[in-house]
Write a protein that binds this ligand. Sequence first.
Ligand code: FAD
Length: 221
Amino acid sequence: MSAFPVTPRTKLKRAPQRGIFERPQVYQILDEALICHMGFSIDEQPYVIPTIHARVGDRLYIHGSAASRMLRHLKQGVQACVTVTLLDGLVLARSAFHHSMNYRSVVMLGTMEEVTDLEEKSEALDAIVEQVMKGRTQEARGANAKELKATSVLVMQLEEASAKVRTGGPIDDEEDYSLPIWAGVIPTVLQPSAPIPDSRLAQDIPLPNYVQSYLQNRGIA
Ligand SMILES: Cc1cc2nc3c(=O)[nH]c(=O)nc-3n(C[C@H](O)[C@H](O)[C@H](O)COP(=O)(O)OP(=O)(O)OC[C@H]3O[C@@H](n4cnc5c(N)ncnc54)[C@H](O)[C@@H]3O)c2cc1C
């Protein structure tokens, strides 16, 4: 798997030592993130819109209502910027200036096009559902013809992307290390809570195994 090329647009100028261009690491961040933000410009007004994504190989999919302004605009092939961010910790330094966050983020540049091939569209929609809850497509009713028609799927071929990762503790000025001020990192994770069954769920339907595994893997019994 080749690394992403470092282009004039993706070369990190600020803290370049935090940059990562190897596809496996970039994809790991992309796959862990539950949402992305789509950046694009309409009539010189930038918009940054949050949405769900899924990656299949070197292709990034998003979906939504066929009436969505975002999707209708992006499918024209305009320049887009997609970001994902995973927050790993709050970094409390001795000085206000050196406070920071630990994170893993990815910035992807390119254009999107509409997926018209029905097989690819169906696979992309499955991938998006699986991104939210692995195993769900085995159980959920698949989209019918009317739902498929009402849904647009767009794809970006991943060719230009960068990741940036900050880890570790605060980096204070040398003279500040002797100050009597607590400093360190407060790790953060996205944590699910106990599931709430739908009010119209039949009493005899148990929590699926894949949901139980999902919760157990995250420390919820
Ligand atoms: C949770 C979080 C909090 C942050 N808080 C701050 C803050 O408060 N102030 C601040 O200045 N910066 C913050 N950053 C870092 C910020 O994302 C930018 O990296 C930084 O501001 C430099 O921006 P720039 O445009 O000068 O980058 P440049 O180095 O000029 O960007 C050039 C190219 O590098 C790549 N790149 C830059 N940043 C990232 C990134 N984060 N992820 C992946 N690729 C990237 C892109 O391809 C970009 O086009 C934060 C990042 C995260 C994820």
